[in-house]
Design a protein around this ligand. Sequence first.
Ligand SMILES: *[C@@H]1O[C@H](CO)[C@@H](O)[C@H](O)[C@H]1NC(C)=O
Ligand SMILES: *[C@@H]1O[C@H](CO)[C@@H](O)[C@H](O)[C@H]1NC(C)=O
Ligand SMILES: *[C@@H]1O[C@H](CO)[C@@H](O)[C@H](O)[C@H]1NC(C)=O
Ligand SMILES: *[C@@H]1O[C@H](CO)[C@@H](O)[C@H](O)[C@H]1NC(C)=O
Ligand SMILES: *[C@@H]1O[C@H](CO)[C@@H](O)[C@H](O)[C@H]1NC(C)=O
Ligand SMILES: CC(=O)N[C@H]1CO[C@H](CO)[C@@H](O)[C@@H]1O
Length: 555
Amino acid sequence: MLLFVLSSLFYCFTLVLGLPSSLSWALGREELELPDLYEASVLELQHGLDNGLFSSVDLVKAYFARIEEVNLKGPALRAVLEVNPSALQQAAALDKERKISGKRSLLHGIPVLVKDNIGTVASEGMNTTAGSFSLLGSVVPEDAGVIKRLRKAGAIILGKANLSEFAHFRGNLPSGWSGRGGQNTNAYFPNADPCGSSSGSGVAASIGLAAVTLGSETDGSITCPASNNNAAGIKPTVGLTSRAGAVPISANQDTIGPITRSVSDSAIVLSIIAGKDPNDNFTLAQPDIVPDYTTALNPNALKGKRIGVPRKVFLDDGVNEPAVVAAFEEALNTIRTLGATVVDPADIPSAQEIVASDNETLVLDTDFKVQLNEYYQSLRKNPSGVRSLADLIAFDNAHPELEEPVNFTSQSELIASQRTNGFDAAYQQALAFDHELGRTRGIDAALHEHKLDALVLPATGFTTVPAAIAGYPIVTVPLGFFPNNVTIQSAGPLTVYPAPGVPFGLSFFAGAFSEFELVGFGFAYEQKTKTRLGRKAFPAAIPKTQLKDVIGRDQ
Ligand SMILES: *[C@@H]1O[C@H](CO)[C@@H](O)[C@H](O)[C@H]1NC(C)=O
Ligand SMILES: *[C@@H]1O[C@H](CO)[C@@H](O)[C@H](O)[C@H]1NC(C)=O
Ligand SMILES: *[C@@H]1O[C@H](CO)[C@@H](O)[C@H](O)[C@H]1NC(C)=O
Ligand SMILES: *[C@@H]1O[C@H](CO)[C@@H](O)[C@H](O)[C@H]1NC(C)=O
Ligand SMILES: *[C@@H]1O[C@H](CO)[C@@H](O)[C@H](O)[C@H]1NC(C)=O
Ligand SMILES: CC(=O)N[C@H]1CO[C@H](CO)[C@@H](O)[C@@H]1O
């Protein structure tokens, strides 16, 4: 309301004085009217767009400039692989449409950065490579299912985010590294681990290099970068969002979801990308109606709920940083304050077996070979000549300067996957065990036994595994930051973790298609604590360009 009055006043003012808009922005009112892009929410951006304070063209220009400031220059975060050469043109068309017929959705004219394993048509000018030179210049048959939904909703694909190459399924490599993008790093401490595999999406969300981002998760790849980068993330139930057109690991575990600065923004994005897609038959098993997840954003959502703490294995053995443990115990008190009953402990019966089992490895190794071969075969064109997993291994070895620089040579996952024998009896057995361990004797059993609405754990450690093998959802929100005196440790040849000020998150998880409830729980906790606002990125990693710097300028 206040914003609206101010903006009307502003328009009277410019009209009367007839100042060119670039000048009037210099008069000091912008602080009152223009959102800070470090933190700006989708609703704030829509408010500004609807009221003509700025356009989507301005937004794209501002985000491009912010990427330019920190991606290769300054702290060289290497979060973004490519920006969309068609984005400004698309933004102009969407601005015009907004004026004529209003907005199509809450994502109309909103710039979205997507992980580079999510296919976008080459005619637009960007590649889809999962970070690998073996896919540079490849032509995908069509946009990925989630990209089709984003475009239909009026979103602008701003660019492609760096990632752990092949979503961390290449080998024993540090998170956030890809042949094409190099080592992506965290904005909260120089050279800190951004976590992966959706590292670029997490880092970009954390400092406002885009309005919102998409990542993908097979086991931890949305929730961990959300955790390390002070962001909110939703890892949807496998089959809620389409994987069609994404560079695969496993149809049994892959899922695409948002990483954003707030649960509200994630809920907005999920409401648009969720839904059935004939090109991904796992999506046909979802409920017929996609809920409007924004109606789950209730600060009292935890009231009267029962939230369980599966301490055995996942907390006891999985989390050893004192700062995380302390913040988690405090979070349990907050959850109680919000009216929930905390059931502690509420163990997952299969906990010990889950961490001891190699069933997941066998399933993923097998699925990856079959599906990656299919992916390469589906391409209209691939200049590298790579058409299979076997070709990929040979390509990497033949191009060490691109794909195997010193300290980044491992292809152990590719090689293990190449050795698998398809969907044989051992595979079927392993998949059945995974469902039993993750679902029936796992999350379902814990929920049922203790009459719970959800489970809660720090996002670190192996919290992601039960939900990964079950195909179940997780909502992650900021929990805290490592203290200034934490001992800095190595996380790879170029990265450190933990380190002072590096964030960590809190994960709520439950059964299939429980996103609506989990979004509510994450939102209630986020609104009560506002942890994200407790710390900012290190100064050099905070982009300086704001909307006032681009409005009314040609550049
Ligand atoms: C990505 O692909 C487009 C064409 O599809 C090409 O023009 C562009 O140069 C490529 N980007 C890079 C970084 O090579
Ligand atoms: C999806 O289709 C494939 C064949 O196209 C089939 O093998 C698979 O079982 C189907 N999966 C589901 C979940 O329906
Ligand atoms: C798969 O899980 C079952 C049940 O815990 C276990 O008995 C079996 O050894 C596991 N298989 C592998 C390959 O780890
Ligand atoms: C860091 O500081 C806190 C409180 O100021 C103290 O309790 C803790 O022992 C210190 N940790 C280290 C590793 O020095
Ligand atoms: C490789 O890693 C080692 C140890 O992490 C480091 O000492 C060395 O400088 C690295 N080499 C290069 C070329 O980065
Ligand atoms: C947008 C951008 O800065 N992309 C860069 C990502 O990193 C690669 C490798 O250093 C560069 O070639 C791109 O220009």
